[in-house]
Design a protein around this ligand. Structure first.
Ligand code: B12
Ligand code: SF4
Length: 436
């Protein structure tokens, strides 16, 4: 079967992200005997898409929908209208049935199906798309994929053949595990990947990195795991092997700011880690507890110290506006950030509400939204302070600190300074270029 996969994402901020989900879907399809091609709308116009569809003559088309919106307030960007135009272009160029997938689709399967009028949709893991396409007739239009074994996850044999644009990204994504058992108030990740952690065999992860490095000269990788340090033993096994492979690669990752064994930062450094983005959310003990975070300000201090002493750049990502946020809790957070001195702080104001999360329940209980209301177009939760006061207080508490970044407070992707920075620094996360 000839299958065309389209990555619909065009968002350039904070950087254009490698469509890893589609690379893994393509790997699964190829191993099942499919002939696959990936088209990336980040680097294609709608008119050239039409031409490529006509020349490839696909029997099936899969569209990957990563983002619904940019989850930023007040400068929110909502992508569904663009996806509809994309869908119309696809329909005009081909009569092949269209299947949707990706994180945006998995969060809102019914609403997105109705909006885009696709033929089918697979929510969750996409490695089994071939089985789904073969058994499609008579099945439900929308299916939950179930959780695939992590042994099935991997790139196609030759990514350059399947996806000619793949070298254009600052970093290539790699996944070492899926799933998270924690229950943070706002988080949709356990819904996307499951509550049970599933580790990839470390040998597979390193083979993937080594093959991309040796065959194509890729040097910069981002570990996309929601919680790379959710299982420290597995994380250490991956890093040990990566260090032993002695490749000239740099990695960056997300980490939860809590590590039972701080010596892992030494291992991270040895394996080539140059940047860590801590999912810290707040520095106030009361907010950490209302957001149901399983760590304390002291954990944040410890990991920042351990990371800094290995010479690894780090940034803390924050969310202002959770239940109970006040001017005083904002000041606590800013104070803690001053103390731990990260290269950058990236702060959102307002919490994007996703279906079936704790924050949806809170918003319903507080009358912020009514039962049955759609969350497809972005809706945000703010503490009793309300959006205007929250933004004002956050900006005045942060004052002139120039390593703080509020993605929602202006349209950065359109700013010349940001674009020029991106031209000069072509590898790794852009926040590393910030100067304290
Ligand atoms: C890592 C990550 C980042 C990193 C990416 C780094 C990098 N270089 O890759 C960074 C920090 C840069 C980032 C930025 C942003 N992110 Co982000 N990110 C993630 C995260 C944690 C993992 C994404 C990933 O790569 N997963 C691994 C791959 C393998 O999984 P996948 O893409 O879902 O693909 C699988 C399935 O979905 C399916 N599938 C995929 N495509 C298709 C297609 C078909 C046809 C089928 C059948 C199946 C299928 O199969 C794949 C394999 O199983 C997710 C949350 C999550 N746990 O999913 C959020 C997530 C994708 N991000 C999100 C958002 C909002 C953003 C930002 C807009 C935030 C911001 N304002 O800065 C930006 C946008 C960046 C951009 N240019 O698009 C949201 C999207 C939801 C929404 N509201 O739209 C998510 C879902 C988090 C959330 N809030 O729930 N992000
Ligand atoms: S925020 Fe991180 S730790 Fe919390 S539930 Fe989400 S993925 Fe798990």
């Amino acid at each position: 079967m000839r299958i065309l996969l389209i990555s619909a994402n065009r968002e350039p901020f904070p950087e254009a992200v490698f469509p890893l989900g589609l690379a893994y879907v393509a790997g699964g399809l190829q191993r099942a005997g499919g002939e696959v091609r990936i088209i990336d709308m980040r680097y294609k116009s709608l008119s050239s898409l039409g031409k490529e569809i006509v020349s490839f003559r696909p029997e099936r088309i899969g569209i990957s929908l990563r983002n619904v919106d940019n989850a930023a307030y007040p400068f929110s960007r909502y992508y569904l209208p663009y996806y509809l135009t994309l869908m119309q272009t696809v329909r005009f160029a081909s009569s092949a049935p269209v299947t949707l997938g990706g994180s945006a689709f998995s969060l809102f399967p019914e609403e997105i199906m109705a909006y885009l009028k696709a033929d089918a949709g697979l929510a969750g893991d996409g490695e089994g798309l071939h089985e789904f396409l073969c058994g499609e007739d008579g099945g439900d239009a929308i299916q939950a994929a179930g959780r695939r074994p992590m042994e099935d996850v991997g790139f196609p044999a030759d990514i350059s053949e399947v996806f000619p644009d793949f070298r254009k990204y600052r970093t290539v994504g790699i996944q070492t595990a899926r799933g998270c058992a924690n229950q943070c108030l706002y988080c949709s990740y356990p819904l996307l990947e499951g509550r049970k952690r599933r580790n990839r065999p470390p040998a597979h992860v390193i083979e993937e990195i080594a093959a991309l490095h040796r065959n194509f000269g890729i040097t910069d990788f981002f570990i996309v795991d929601s919680l790379f340090n959710g299982d420290e033993d597995h994380m250490a096994a991956v890093l040990d092997r990566l260090a032993a492979a002695n490749l000239r690669v740099r990695i960056s990752c997300y980490l939860q700011p809590k590590m039972s064994d701080p010596s892992i930062f030494r291992l991270l450094k040895k394996a080539g880690c140059v940047a860590v983005d801590f999912g810290t959310d707040s520095g106030s003990p009361s907010l950490l507890s209302s957001l149901r975070k399983p760590f304390t300000p002291d954990d944040i201090r410890k990991v920042s110290r351990a990371c800094g002493s290995e010479g690894i750049d780090f940034c803390h990502s924050l969310i202002f506006g959770g239940p109970g946020e006040t001017a005083s809790t904002i000041r606590d957070t800013v104070g803690l950030m001053d103390e731990v001195s990260p290269r950058a702080v990236v702060a959102m104001t307002g919490i994007r509400i996703y279906p079936s999360t704790g924050i949806e329940q809170t918003a319903l209980a507080e009358g912020v939204m009514k039962p049955g209301e759609s969350l497809l177009e972005p809706r945000f939760y703010f503490s009793q302070m309300g959006p205007a006061s929250l933004i004002g207080q956050a900006q005045s508490a942060v004052g002139g600190r120039n390593n703080w970044f509020f993605p929602g407070h202006r349209d950065w992707s359109a700013s010349w300074g940001y674009r020029i920075l991106g031209l000069f620094y072509r590898k790794g996360p852009l926040w590393r270029t910030f100067r304290i």
